[in-house]
Design a protein around this ligand. Structure first.
Ligand code: NAP
Length: 525
């Protein structure tokens, strides 16, 4: 069995002691093992801080952009090999695997282009300079400077390639070295991503480190110039953000956590219309893509009473056509959940929701499988639920089932009632509104916007071009308030703010202007 190594202090190191086992979720068979036992976390951080940091900060944005483009190309060249690993260790269909891997290369390429546009400068200005007193000589200008620490990235199991690359792209462009820790269960892809980048020698020494296995005492060595960006469950997020070391050192922490994303169908959208079809397509994609293990997936579906019967009928018919089984089989449209514990959590979550919902489709038992042996893998079929009483239901707004599960909530068709239900989620990554009536959309945007990082406005005009609400694009923000963790990532240059320090300069205008000529400006955080 393959042993995954960590890449720290500029070399590959196998961990000692007890090993975690990575499995193939289609068969339950082991595929690799890893451990971070014996890895010197303090030295790992020091190497990134002292070698990778200065090397990146010496470069201009355009030069960093060129590195990102080289990284994107190196990964794209190994796309097929990465897809195979995602099928093997993640239970991804080839389409799911491409979503993760192409998402990684596309995000690197997008930040590469923005780096090229920022040009041959190392410092970004924040807003206009301004006169501070009576004399025009006393001038104030805010600038952004790369932090001199390490960007520590702890990622969830569901996007091992994109998760690593989307965070790293932003940190590298900002000028910070990265130490990435993928979720152990699906680390095979992240390990290969790192190996490809190391072998291709596209990054300066120390710019990328990788931990395969647990974080050990890593966080006890973080300091005030470091950044911790975490994606995963709200419980782990809470544990990390409340660590005494991080609080005492004021380590900057960004949390991307649970999310009960809602989709609202407006009463103006009738069966058969473009917007109606977009609504159904987006929901089916979100339930089945990556077996519903997407932080942006639609979990709550709000439907006006008079449309409920039509939506129920169409959704159950479309979802019933899902072919569950071996993701390597071309006929299969949905693979297994990633781990045995995800399967157990999904079953427990649906059991909980059944306390206030009826099942319209699916259940707790293993669905019929294509190309896979029954009882071996971690399979769970699509589940569509409907709340018995929208006004009283609570669990559906609090408990995220991280699998192919979504719940219908009937409402009276007013934007006000829809907003009240959506807000019960207490903060999500994204909410979707499907309507061609501007007044309805505007009212909802104002009423639910502050509970979200992103709002997806589905309509007839945008339908042909839409990647769906489940796709986190590099140009728009990813993150959300409240339950979603309160974090912000991506959003074009806005994401750089996490990795840079905003500094106010007060002095002689002539000196400041000469040091930092008044272009370019960004980010606007
Ligand atoms: P998780 O159990 O919280 O694990 C996430 C990461 O944290 C893994 O790398 C894990 O490492 C690490 N970790 C766990 N305990 C830790 C500790 N005590 N100290 C330091 N690191 C620790 O979450 P998951 O099961 O992988 O992911 C599922 C959850 O993530 C879902 O709830 C989903 O909503 C959320 N999610 C959110 C987003 C978003 O962008 N908002 C995206 C994807 C997923 P090990 O694997 O080694 O334990």
């Amino acid at each position: 069995m393959q042993t995954l190594e960590s890449f720290v202090e500029g070399r590959w190191q196998a961990g000692t002691g007890a090993q975690a086992t990575l499995v193939n979720p289609t068969t339950g068979e082991p595929v690799a093992r890893c451990s971070t036992g014996g890895v010197d976390m303090r030295a790992a951080l020091a190497h990134a801080r002292d070698v990778g940091g200065p090397a990146l900060r010496r470069l201009t944005f355009a030069q960093r952009g060129a590195l990102l483009m080289a990284a994107s190309r190196a990964l794209h060249a190994q796309r097929d090999a990465l897809i195979e690993l995602a099928v093997l260790n993640g239970g991804n269909t080839r389409k799911d695997a491409k979503f993760d891997i192409d998402g990684a290369t596309a995000t690197l390429a997008a930040y590469a282009e923005w780096g090229a546009k920022l040009g041959e400068t190392q410092v970004l200005l924040d807003g206009e300079g301004l006169q501070l007193g009576r004399s025009a000589r006393l001038w104030g200008q805010h600038v952004w400077l790369a932090r001199h620490g390490v960007a520590v990235h702890i990622n969830a199991f569901n996007f091992p390639a994109w998760g690593l690359a989307e965070k790293a792209a932003v940190a590298w462009l900002a000028g910070m070295p990265v130490l990435s820790k993928p979720a152990t269960a699906t680390a095979l892809v992240a390990e290969r991503v790192t190996r490809i980048l190391v072998d291709a020698q596209v990054l300066p020494a120390g710019a990328l480190s990788l931990l395969c296995g647990s974080v050990g005492d890593l966080l006890e060595h973080l300091a005030g110039q470091d950044v911790l960006a975490f994606t995963g469950s709200a419980d782990t997020g809470y544990l990390l953000r409340s660590k005494e070391r991080l609080l005492r050192q004021s380590v900057r922490v960004n949390i991307e956590a649970d999310s009960l994303n809602a989709a609202v169908l407006a009463p103006d959208v009738g069966p058969g219309s473009e917007t109606w079809n977009l609504f159904l397509r987006d929901i089916v994609t979100d339930i089945t893509q990556k077996a519903g293990q997407k932080c942006t997936a639609i979990r709550r579906i709000l439907v006006p009473h008079e449309r409920l019967a039509d939506v129920e009928g169409e959704l159950t018919a479309r979802l019933a056509a899902t072919v569950v089984g071996n993701p390597a089989d071309e006929k299969v449209t949905m693979g297994p959940l990633a781990t045995a514990s995800q399967l157990a959590d999904a079953k427990a979550g649906v059991t909980k929701l059944l306390g206030e919902c009826d099942a319209l489709l699916g259940g707790l038992s293993e669905p019929p499988l294509t190309g896979a042996a029954p009882g071996k893998g971690f399979f769970f079929g699509p589940v569509l639920l409907k709340v018995r009483d929208s006004a009283r239901a609570t669990l559906v707004h609090q408990h995220e089932v991280f699998g192919p599960v979504s719940t219908l909530l009937p409402y009276d068709g007013t934007a006000q009632a829809a907003a009240a239900l959506v807000r019960k989620g207490e903060g999500s990554l994204v909410a979707s509104v499907f309507s061609d009536e501007r007044a309805f959309v505007r009212e909802l945007v104002l009423a639910i916007g502050p509970w979200h990082g992103r709002l997806y406005l589905g309509s007839e005009a945008m339908a042909p071009y839409s990647p769906g609400p489940g796709t986190a694009l590099p140009a728009t923000l990813h993150g959300g308030p409240g339950r979603a963790g309160g974090g912000e990532e991506l959003g074009q240059l806005r994401g750089l703010a996490l990795y840079q320090q905003r500094v106010a300069l007060e002095g002689d205008r002539a000196v400041i202007d000469r040091m930092f000529p008044p272009t370019p400006r960004a980010p606007s955080a």
